[in-house]
Design a protein around this ligand. Structure first.
Ligand SMILES: [Zn+2]
Length: 247
């Protein structure tokens, strides 16, 4: 009798979990009948490789046991499941001013933007969509930035994403203040040259349209009363100002 009870315990546990809906029935491991190896080349990000082969970045990370998408190295071998033929990975082209003008859109005459505040995401990866979700979860009403500039993890390196608040010309939490966020943690890493180039061009276009004076461009931590390190100690703020003053 005692023996029987012991045997039944796992069955009862399973049933209890099943009924409470907590158990996940282990699925058969996905069989990948084919795939190819790709050797990471210079300037290639996981994002760009995933996009080229139309594989989700999560699948690529899972298959290759990568936990941090920023940590891939030149020469690293990646298995690309479901891929039959190698494709050329487009090397990143710097965004043109013309493209940035299109992204920013025409001047909104009803708007009077006077400041630009710079942030980092303080995360190693991300994009506008995931920050929007995160900010909604924190009851901030959605993406707290007007523009997000990617670092090649969940969006392209230097890719400018336009937030919905910019499209609606909605202020975030300070009047007349445009919020730009660069994906990355610039206490730990540095701004890539492509990200920097995109930032310079974005600010140039915004200044063309709204005449924001250079003295009104600031780091988040420069705002009085803000106890933050944002956008991080490695953020090249003075280099940025020098670049902007050139034209
Ligand atoms: Zn900030």
């Amino acid at each position: 009798m005692k023996r029987l009870n012991f045997k039944l315990i796992p069955v009862f546990l399973y049933l209890t979990l099943f009924i409470s809906g907590c158990v996940t029935v282990p699925r058969q491991p996905a069989v990948q009948p084919y795939g190819i190896y790709h050797v990471v080349g210079r300037g290639q990000t996981l994002y760009r490789i995933a996009k080229t082969y139309n594989i989700s970045i999560n699948e690529l990370m899972r298959t290759n046991r990568i936990s941090d998408p920023t940590q891939i190295e030149i020469g690293q071998k990646l298995f690309l499941p479901g891929v039959r033929l190698p494709l050329p990975i487009e090397s990143y082209k710097l965004v043109s001013l013309e493209t940035v003008r299109k992204l920013v859109g025409p001047k909104y005459h009803a708007s009077h933007w006077r400041y630009i505040t710079l942030h980092h995401s303080a995360t190693l990866e991300g994009n506008a969509e995931c920050f929007d979700r995160n900010h909604r979860g924190r009851r901030m009403g959605g993406l707290f930035y007007h523009f997000v500039i990617g670092n090649g993890t969940l969006s392209g390196d230097g890719e400018i994403e336009v937030g919905w608040r910019w499209r609606k010309q909605e202020e975030v939490n300070r009047p007349a203040d445009i919020q730009i966020c660069l994906v990355g943690n610039f206490n730990k890493e540095t701004v890539s040259s492509v990200q920097f180039d995109a930032l310079v061009k974005l600010i140039k276009v915004l200044r063309e349209q709204y005449n924001v004076p250079i003295r009104n461009i600031r780091e988040h931590k420069d705002i009085k009363g803000k106890n933050t390190e944002c956008p991080g100690n490695n953020f090249p703020f003075y280099k940025l100002l020098t670049e902007l003053k050139k034209n």
